[in-house]
Write a protein that binds this ligand. Structure first.
Ligand SMILES: [Zn+2]
Length: 692
């Protein structure tokens, strides 16, 4: 093929059109880096032939994928011949034009469609762009607008994590998601295969993991997790047993399916924490051999390492991915402090803190993986106690972990909870099915930039990419999984692929609306974006009231983790959005109460005093159980205007309520007290005390 000729044509067409990159008419998600569009169309019909110069497994991979598409794609792909009209050509062309492994050019004129790339990955992504450009033709087949696209990803790692431990999902469901992840050029699927809620992978050497640790007697995660008699597991086949697992054959099939869609599956095996289910099946691996030990492996016990290495050996046989994720998050290190074996290990290895004991395990496991040609990936806790030398860090507790890792010269994948946790509400909570809390609308995912400000150019290169995580505590069904994923996956895809200068939320939003319809037409269950309520109305403009800018005395302190705007937060007019962690809600835990006095500077006529509170049951943020509003002229003698008492309730999971007084009085000082109940946890959050 006369590749150079085509490249010149592309340049020529681009020059002729002089079209913008992301402007109107651009319909591909994620937005390509360079895109020029003409006026005519290529018509795809049953007579359109497909050609490629791919060989061997790369060719059969492409064929396998094409067979899942409509005609003419499913009619086979022929070995490349000289140019023919009415053809679609996939041309592997190692050339200087494709410096990115996944880059491609897509050229469409009235006679031919030509995709060129230096790898089969690039050809696949060119095909994905083509599929998104296709429109049904009024009479027959499809039409594609003449265009030239020159495209490559911003980041090498563009991932989605599915939590199949909290609620198990079938192989067919995962395949269905892989189809659409590939459409958006996502190239990593991270499966959270093990956690307290259930072990999901057949391990031949440890059958109890799937006979027992994969099943629980209670389906609903919240009921199971908070069960009064503790978290129970049950035997496979018991009546009512809820759970499941993937057999090794199913995994091989799934890995192959993903590979033909250019997605690498990364397995996660949690250690040393989040392993309650393992220890229920093999209690000898817990500290002191406890039968109900919590979720931490005993690091002082050599049997723990035998277990982990034997499990990882089978995992590596099943998953060819370069990376194996070992979790590493949220281990309760206290259990090791009272365990004689762990203490012996610490002394023998000269370790002073329990964080170093975790680090001892991570280092040892990394060495094991490295010896087998694999790399270790872990949540950002793996930095603590000393980062393993070749590890890649997934930064989830904000970006600090990732920044530390790249400053230490190690790769990181950014996945901060603030922008990448798809278990948060995507719209006003009262319009949504129960979720874990938080508020992550499409626009916020889209706005994320995985390269934090202040990194040097060298450090920025170590930002390997970005990942969104769908934790599934509150997601029991296939439909709800999809609802929480889409369309936010599209925004994440564009964060990972498109250069910031080519991004536009307005254009993206218009495309996403159409894409949601397309997903619905294909049997998916996305969030209906066109019905989005959006931000909490109060948060959109500052409140105006008598206490703006007035001095607030804190009779009980706000918590330093949730200061909002500090001492001015409750009288600055800034209102909170749908989540207490947005920086406008102020949090109180000290003696479980909010207690402030506001000085209005002079005796003032008052008609209303009120404040809004938020309830998010998961993290123990509750509406107050007692509210007292009182006023004073001298700041010493207070008169009660309002005194409310109520019972704490777990339902609804997220709620917003105003508690206030209305009437007529005169005063200089206003005291607002709100107290948490004793039944549940004691956080209180408010965003403003509004006085009129
Ligand atoms: Zn121990």
């Amino acid at each position: 093929m006369k590749l150079l000729h085509h490249i010149r044509l592309i340049v020529l067409l681009a020059a002729l059109c002089g079209c913008g990159l992301t402007g109107s008419g651009q319909t591909i998600i994620p937005t390509p880096q360079e895109y020029s569009v003409g006026k005519d169309f290529f018509h795809i019909n049953d007579n359109t032939s497909l050609y490629t110069n791919l060989k061997g497994s790369e060719k059969s991979n492409l064929e396998e994928y094409l067979s899942s598409l409509p005609s003419p794609f499913n009619q086979g792909v022929q070995n490349y011949k000289k140019q023919q009209s009415n053809s679609i050509v996939f041309a592997l062309s190692p050339s200087r034009f494709h410096e990115s492994q996944e880059g491609y050019t897509l050229f469409v004129n009235t006679q031919q469609i030509i995709i060129t790339a230096s790898t089969s990955d690039g050809l696949f992504y060119g095909l994905q762009s083509l599929l998104q450009l296709m429109r049904p033709h009024p009479k027959k087949g499809f039409q594609v607008v003449c265009c030239a696209i020159n495209d490559k990803p911003r980041f090498d790692y563009r991932g989605i994590m599915l939590n199949v431990s909290r609620h198990f999902r079938s192989v067919d469901f995962i395949k269905k998601q892989i189809d659409v992840l590939a459409r958006y050029k996502i190239n990593r699927l991270h499966l959270h295969l093990t956690d307290a809620a259930g072990w999901r992978l057949e391990i031949k050497k440890y059958p109890r993991l799937t006979e027992f640790a994969a099943w629980r007697p209670v389906a609903k995660w919240k009921e199971w997790w908070f069960a009064k008699d503790g978290r129970q597991y049950c035997e496979e086949g018991t009546e009512g047993a809820y759970g499941g697992y993937y057999t090794q054959n199913e995994i091989r099939d799934l890995v192959k399916y993903a590979a033909s869609r250019h997605i690498t599956i990364i397995p996660e095996i949690e250690m040393p924490g989040h392993s309650e289910e393992v220890l229920a099946a093999y209690p000898e691996l817990a500290c002191n051999g406890n039968s109900r030990p919590g979720g931490e492996f005993c690091i002082g016990n050599e049997a723990t390492f035998t277990f982990l290495e034997e499990v990882l050996t089978e995992v590596m046989e099943l998953f060819p991915s370069e990376y194996i994720h070992i979790g590493g998050d949220e281990a309760n290190r206290k259990v090791w402090e009272s365990c004689p074996r762990c203490q012996t290990r610490m002394k023998a290895s000269g370790l002073k803190e329990s964080s170093q004991l975790q680090s001892y395990l991570i280092h040892r496991i990394e060495k094991f993986l490295n010896q087998h040609g694999r790399k270790l990936l872990g949540w950002d806790e793996i930095i603590e106690g000393g980062l393993a030398p070749n590890a890649t860090v997934m930064s989830w507790r904000g970006e600090e972990g990732g920044i530390k890792a790249v400053r230490a010269g190690q790769q990181t994948v950014m996945t901060p909870g603030s922008h990448c946790y798809f278990d948060a509400y995507q719209d006003a909570p009262y319009t949504q099915p129960e979720a874990i809390g938080g508020y992550l609308p499409l626009s916020k995912v889209y706005a994320y930039d995985p390269v934090p400000q202040g990194l040097t150019a060298e450090e920025s290169k170590l930002i390997y990419g970005v990942q969104a995580n769908l934790w599934a505590e509150y997601i029991p069904s296939d439909e709800q999984y999809e609802y929480m994923m889409y369309p936010r996956v599209m925004a994440l895809a564009e964060v990972g692929w498109t250069l910031p200068e080519h991004k536009s939320y307005k254009d993206f939003h218009a495309k996403a609306l159409k894409e949601v319809e397309w997903l619905q037409s294909q049997g998916y269950h996305p969030f209906p974006l066109k019905n989005e309520t959006g931000h909490r109305p109060e948060s959109l403009k500052p409140a105006e009231h008598l206490a703006i800018g007035k001095k607030v005395t804190y009779n009980a302190p706000y918590h330093p983790s949730y200061p909002a705007q500090g001492e001015s937060a409750l009288t600055d007019g800034a209102r909170g959005d749908w989540t207490y962690s947005d920086g406008n809600w102020q949090g109180f835990i000290s003696r479980q109460r909010l207690d402030v006095t506001i000085d209005l500077d002079s005796i003032t006529e008052l008609h209303s005093i009120e404040a809004d509170f938020i309830q998010v049951v998961g993290p123990e943020v509750f509406l107050p159980c007692e509210v007292i509003i009182s006023v004073s002229n001298d700041g010493k003698q207070f008169t009660e205007l309002l005194h409310i008492r109520r019972q704490a309730e777990r339902n609804p999971a997220v709620d917003f309520k105003k508690y206030g007084w209305q009437g007529k009085t005169q005063a200089r000082y206003v005291r607002y007290q709100a107290r948490a109940g004793k039944t549940y946890g004691g956080w209180i959050f408010t965003d403003e005390v509004i006085i009129n």
